[in-house]
Write a protein that binds this ligand. Sequence first.
Ligand SMILES: Cc1cc2nc3c(=O)[nH]c(=O)nc-3n(C[C@H](O)[C@H](O)[C@H](O)COP(=O)(O)O)c2cc1C
Length: 203
Amino acid sequence: MMTLLDAVRSRRSVGRLVDPAPSDEEIVALVTDAASAPDHGLLRPWRLIVVRDTARDVLGTALAEGCPADDPVGRRRAAGKPLRAPLLLSIVLVPRDNPKVPEWEQLAATSAMVGNLGLLLHDAGYGAIWRTGNVTDSPQVRGLLGLAPGERLLGWLYVGTPGAAPPPVPRPAFAPHERLFALRPGGTVVPLPAVAARPGGRP
Ligand SMILES: Cc1cc2nc3c(=O)[nH]c(=O)nc-3n(C[C@H](O)[C@H](O)[C@H](O)COP(=O)(O)O)c2cc1C
C-alpha cells in the first residue's frame, strides 16, 4: 500500500492504457471516496458517464461527426480516440443554482474530485489521463451523452492499466519561492524566503 505522499509523488498521466480497467463496482467505490474532495455547499455539481467496450465506438462516431465534413482525416482520427483506453469516464459539470456558490467554485470542486480520483486509481494500480479536445462540446457528443442544457462536458478521464511507463515530462523549473508569497503585517506581499524542499519530490 502506497502512502499518500508516495501516491502524490509517483502519479503520472498515463497515455498508453490497456485492459484490465476497473469494473463498474470498483468505479462506484473509487468515486465514492473521490467525492470527499472539498465541495462548497456539498452540491456534488457533477456526474460521470462510464463508456466502455463497444460504446467507445459509438462515442467515436459522435466525435467524428463533430468534425468538419471536409476533414476526413480528422474525422477518422477522432473516431479512434476513445479506443485509446478500455474505459472512459465522461466528466460532466452539473452547475447548481446556489446564491453562495458560483459556477467557478463548482468547477473547482469537480476538478478536486477528479484529482482525487486520479490518485485513487493510481493507488489501486490503474493508470489514467484527463483528456479534452476541441469537439468536446459538439451537439453530436452532447446529444449522445444526454447532456441537459447548462451541463458542461469537461472531457474524459481515460482509465485502464498502464501499458507502458509514460516518458519523462520536461517540467519547467519550479522554485517554490517563485510561487509562494506572504502578506506581511505592514501590508506588503513578498516572496517567501527560499527553504530547502524535503527530499524525494519532483519539481
Ligand atoms: C483539465 C485537463 C485537461 C487535460 N487535457 C489533456 C489532453 O487533452 N491531452 C493530453 O495529452 N493531456 C491532457 N491533460 C493531461 C496533462 O497534459 C498532464 O497532466 C500534464 O502533461 C502533466 O503530466 P502528469 O499528469 O504526468 O504530471 C489534461 C489535464 C487536465 C488537468
